[in-house]
Design a protein around this ligand. Structure first.
Ligand SMILES: *[C@@H]1O[C@H](CO)[C@@H](O)[C@H](O)[C@H]1NC(C)=O
Ligand SMILES: *[C@@H]1O[C@H](CO)[C@@H](O)[C@H](O)[C@H]1NC(C)=O
Length: 312
């Protein structure tokens, strides 16, 4: 009985799917959990790539605010990927901790949204140790900060470290958007972009409020920190100006009228876009999409990132 019913169901399903698969070659028909038959093949790589950044953001924000990450709040989302290196709870004031926890849960939603749409991959190995961030700040200043920068030490340091993260995701979504074919993909990326931009705006606003504050014990202003990080990302990306700090020469401000730069934008105040290659150069800290390191000691995952790791 059971076997007969199963065979009948299989035959019916097969007959229903047959005309579909003949008529639409470019449409995926995986039956794995998380796959979605309305996403075109050409979009899949572009939708999977940002998982790398969403994992980084989820772990950094969850740990920073709660002291634990995906392994505790949503283990299945990690899909067996290794736990992040050096993640920990930051010493945050109540307001900042509240905001960062919200970001953390938003990133969990982003991971779920992407994985509901494409198959994706397990969490890559992430190095979000204090030393990993210190290395980025040392590179930004061109010489080692003394003592080494600790992102987890206090709210201002944590916000400066956060300045590094959602903005990169934001530029990636802007860069991916004109390459997407399907409506489902475009809707997903618009939704992700909206919230990533919002997170970046919140971080920038909180930092802008304290732009002239000197970060202790370095005696360097918050504005200068953001300018240095943005310059570093421009340098690593190798594609010119796509990143701007909180206080810029007037010609870079909106309509060339203001030097306050609470949001980064091009000459039309439109968000800058970056390719996956540019993003890899930045998050690896190497300036080279073939040389992993930085937050991704073993490299990022997905077809795009892997294509650069294989051919040496
Ligand atoms: C594919 O995913 C989109 C967005 O999550 C959803 O709206 C749509 O219903 C899904 N389609 C199928 C066939 O599962
Ligand atoms: C994490 O990053 C720091 C700073 O670059 C480095 O010293 C450490 O070896 C890294 N850990 C791993 C496991 O890659």
């Amino acid at each position: 009985m059971a076997t007969f019913a199963y065979a009948t169901t299989t035959a019916i399903v097969f007959l229903i799917l047959l005309p579909l698969s003949c008529s639409s070659e470019s449409i995926l028909h995986h039956h794995h959990h998380g796959d979605n038959s309305s996403v075109q093949k050409s979009d899949v790589d572009l939708l999977e790539f940002p998982l790398n950044l969403e994992y980084l953001e989820a772990e950094f924000f969850l740990y920073g605010s709660l002291g634990y990450g995906l392994d505790k709040v949503y283990p299945s989302l990690a899909q067996g990927g290794p736990s992040p290196i050096g993640a920990k709870k930051a010493h945050l004031d109540d307001f900042t901790r509240d905001v960062i926890e919200q970001f953390g849960w938003q990133e969990v939603g982003h991971l779920r949204a992407i994985k509901k749409t494409v198959k994706g991959f397990p969490r890559p190995l992430l190095n979000i140790s204090a030393a990993s961030f210190a290395h980025v700040f040392d590179s930004a200043f061109g010489s080692p900060l003394n003592p080494p920068f600790d992102p987890y030490a206090n709210s201002i340091n944590y916000l400066l470290a956060s300045y590094i993260i959602p903005y990169v995701g934001l530029t990636g979504y802007v860069g991916a958007s004109p390459k997407l074919q399907g409506a489902t993909s475009k809707r997903l990326v618009a939704g992700l972009l909206g919230v990533e931009s919002g997170q970046d705006a919140v971080i920038r606003a909180l930092l802008y409020q304290r732009a002239e504050l000197k970060v202790e014990p370095y005696g360097i202003t918050v504005a200068e920190f953001t300018n240095r990080i943005s310059e570093l990302r421009n340098k690593l990306g190798h594609e010119g100006l796509k990143d701007e700090g909180l206080v810029v020469p007037k010609q870079l401000g909106a309509e060339g009228k203001v030097s306050g730069n609470i949001l980064a934008g091009d000459e039309y105040s439109l968000a800058y876009g970056r390719t996956p290659e540019e993003i890899l150069r930045i998050v690896y800290g190497s300036g080279n999409e073939r040389v992993p390191g930085g937050f991704y000691p073993k490299g990022a995952d997905g077809r795009i990132a892997k294509s650069y790791l294989k051919k040496e």
